[in-house]
Design a protein. Structure first.
Lengths: 321, 429
């Protein structure tokens, strides 16, 4: 008996292991993420679709299949469309000024400054503050009887505004809270992108006599366009899912006849996410089927609005690139 | 690192993660009947506000050194909705849960989710209680004792003497009571108050709780005895609705929704001169208007007696220590302890033997200008006619509350708001 065959087997085994290692390891390394994603992302998504096809409440033991019944009820439900309108309105009111402000802030910080790091860190501070604290404080600022903002407005002869009561005023108040939390965060992302813009372009622009504003418009913005697209998409998705702000705003201003999930007695600031919450959790029916259908329509709305924004931002022309 | 190990690490990580994800939900409904003597037992008590139980826990621990009591307090609506969720998912409920009367039929309709307190001998307490209060804690067929009452919310009207004086109205509680035998006369008094134009103060806080009180004074409320919602057909509900909106339209309310932060500020600033005062409200006033000692007083309520609020304590079946929980309930709701809680917190006992007890009858509170609150609430509780409450009572009240809010915020006329309320109520299943 020679030792040769054994060595060959060993070598062959090693080469099998090597192939396996090269082929399988990469997948094995990314597997944890995908397992988590399947458990907490994909599965709930599909299960929600399944639930949405049923008459499904938390308390009943039987779930009757109703096909698209929940969806057709939902499309005829005025409160659903009201929530859709509010979401879009708050989304536009908060996102558009927020991004302009963020670009401007980033532009201001994109130069040699004393205490650079301090400025940059302070941009992020509102973002690390708890949303509860932000809304509670802003609700007091926007208070009807003893609020700081109404007090300041009274200097200019403006009568006291019931911010939470009006549709437009409540949307403005909520947008200010959202902007307070996210402007600095987005400014930092823009700043990072701006620092990657080659200096020579600015030197050339300066030689050509371009003003500071012209440089921002014709050099900076075109160069950071991929980042702008990214920030617009992420902000849009975020804005479509606003829930904590309106709910806590209702609570801290006492709007609503016993529940805070309606976003004011006239549902004047009930967002889509809050509407889903109301249907699923904020009454004693716990209508999961209906809420799931609303979640899916909300998902579709997010996809559509993000897609539209993507197209608009990509098409937006400006300057040299 | 050898290839084998390199393969094994991520796989192991993945396996760990997936098993960690799968392992969370093992709540078990089976519970041991009783604990070993001397074993440390932790009981959680779920409440929706300060019930004034804290001194009682301390006392209880003296005789039961092995019991540790943890109190979880959440907001009113959250508390009850969470309880529904926890019962449905069979996990997370406390050993003792408080249920307000607006929700009691929601929960007694699910007798299989709660411990029958009869098995621990608590049916012996029946003779202590107001009959209707006892009945509310029973299962629908009356066979099981699911909850024991804590307090009842006999109605009265609290008012600010200093503001009444400024408005040129009488301040003595008998004279004030004589101003408003009916709700219509209450509104007339309000108009007089408004005419005097007291700076920074309205006649009352908001119509929400007043609406609830008026409905509760009627023989039937939002539901009939067959558990059908009768908001549309019950003239008493419509009358309460109209009167509530009249308060708003005459400009008599400060537009401060009960239990909201601006309402709390309103107490401190003296933004309203009267507030509907079920017994438990006196505790709130004392807490919120700390600087107003002697300014508040209590008169009888317009429109005759009624009950608004009050709670029961129940033991969910998922409790691991049902016997100890039942004993704790027996203790917390005992005659002596209900009397103690009343004197501290203002929540009024549901045990009629106390109503003629001299220590209750003669009980006064300096905060309310030494008003004889023991006598006022005893009389209210004795005159009280119970009303049948339905399973979705709370949801119906939210729909109506939002309607009142829309009128108050000037969004709709009362008629438009009423139409929408009826549509909303029809959707409640």
């Amino acid at each position: 008996m020679s030792t040769y065959p054994l060595a060959a087997t060993r070598r062959r085994r090693r080469s099998v292991r090597h192939t396996l290692d090269m082929r399988v390891s990469p997948y094995a390394y990314v597997a944890p993420f995908f397992l988590l994603f399947c458990a907490f992302g994909l599965f709930p998504l599909i299960y929600t679709a399944w639930v949405s096809l049923h008459e499904w409440t938390l308390l009943s033991d039987t779930q009757e299949f109703v096909g698209l019944g929940n969806y057709s009820t939902l499309l005829a439900d005025g409160y659903f469309w009201n929530a859709t309108f509010n979401t879009l309105s708050i989304g536009v009111l908060s996102t558009a000024p927020q991004l302009l402000l963020a670009i401007w802030l980033a532009h201001l910080l994109n130069r040699r400054l004393r205490l650079q790091t301090l400025f940059r860190i302070s941009l992020l501070l509102p973002n690390v503050t708890s949303v509860v604290a932000v809304v509670v404080i802003f609700s007091q600022l926007f208070g009807r009887d003893f609020g700081l903002i109404n007090w300041m407005l009274s200097w200019f002869g403006v009568g006291s505004i019931d911010w939470a009561a009006g549709t437009a005023t409540s949307h403005v108040a909520l947008s200010v809270m959202i902007m307070w939390r996210w402007t600095g965060y987005n400014a930092l992302i823009f700043l990072a992108a701006m620092q990657a813009v080659p200096r020579e372009l600015y030197e050339a622009a300066t030689l050509d006599g371009a003003s500071n504003f012209r440089q921002l418009r014709s050099v900076t913005l075109p160069m950071i366009r991929p980042t702008i697209i990214f920030v617009v998409i992420v902000s849009t998705i975020g804005a479509m899912q606003i829930i904590a702000e309106p709910m806590l705003f209702a609570q801290s201003t006492g709007s609503g006849g016993g529940t805070f999930a309606t976003g004011g007695p006239d549902r004047q600031f009930q967002t889509l996410a809050l509407y889903v919450y109301e249907q699923a959790f904020a009454n004693s029916t716990f209508d999961f089927g209906y809420a799931s259908a609303a979640s899916w329509l909300m998902f579709l709305a997010v996809v559509i609005v993000s897609g539209v924004n993507f197209l608009i931002t990509r098409r937006a022309k400006g300057g040299i690139v | 690192m050898t290839p084998r190990i390199r393969l094994a690490v991520p796989l192991l990580a993945a396996a760990l993660l997936s098993s960690a994800c799968g392992g969370g939900g093992g709540g078990s409904a089976a519970a041991p009947a009783s604990a070993q003597p001397g074993e440390k037992i932790k009981l959680t008590v779920g409440l929706f506000g300060d019930f004034g139980f804290k001194p009682l826990y301390e006392e209880y621990k003296k005789t039961h050194p092995n019991i540790e009591i943890v109190e979880n307090v959440t907001q009113f609506n959250d508390h009850h909705n969470n309880l529904v969720k926890r019962l449905a998912t069979n996990a997370g409920a406390g050993d003792v849960e408080a249920v307000e009367v607006g929700y009691i039929s929601t929960f007694t309709a699910q007798p299989n989710k709660f411990v029958d307190l009869k098995q621990f001998g608590l049916d012996k307490r029946q003779s202590d209680y107001l009959d209707w209060k006892w009945q509310q804690g029973l299962s629908k067929d009356g066979g099981q004792v699911l909850g024991l009452g804590t307090d009842v919310g006999g109605l009265a009207m609290c008012y600010r003497k200093d503001l009444f004086k400024k408005a040129g109205l009488p301040t003595d509680r008998a004279e004030v009571a004589a101003l408003w035998p009916t709700w219509e006369q209450y509104i007339e008094t309000g108009k007089k108050f408004a005419a005097a134009d007291v700076a920074g103060a309205k006649f009352t806080d908001s119509p929400g709780e007043i609406f609830r009180a008026m409905v509760n004074q009627a023989p039937t409320g939002l539901y009939d005895a067959q558990d059908t919602i009768i908001v549309e057909s019950n003239p008493d509900v419509k009358k309460a609705w109209d009167l509530s909106n009249q308060l708003t339209q005459e400009g008599l309310t400060a537009k401060l929704a009960a239990f909201s932060p601006p309402w709390n500020t309103g107490f401190a600033k003296g933004s309203f001169a009267t507030i509907i005062c079920p017994a438990w409200m006196t505790g709130f006033i004392q807490e919120q208007a700390k600087d107003a000692t002697g300014k508040w007083d209590i008169a009888t309520v317009p429109g005759g007696s009624g009950n608004s609020g009050g709670s029961h304590l129940m033991v969910p079946k998922q409790s691991k220590h049902p016997k100890e929980a039942a004993e704790l309930i027996d203790f917390l709701t005992s005659k002596d302890n209900q009397a103690k809680v009343f004197k501290e917190e203002g929540t009024f006992p549901s045990i009629p033997a106390l109503y003629d007890d001299p220590s209750i009858q003669n009980f006064t509170k300096p905060f309310f200008g030494d008003a004889p609150i023991g006598k006022i609430y005893s009389d209210a509780a004795k005159a009280l006619k119970p009303q049948h409450l339905g399973p979705k009572e709370a949801d119906v009240r939210v729909a109506i509350g939002n309607g009142l809010g829309r009128v108050e915020q000037g969004k709709q006329t009362p008629d438009e708001a009423w139409t929408q309320v009826l549509e909303d109520v029809k959707k409640i299943r």
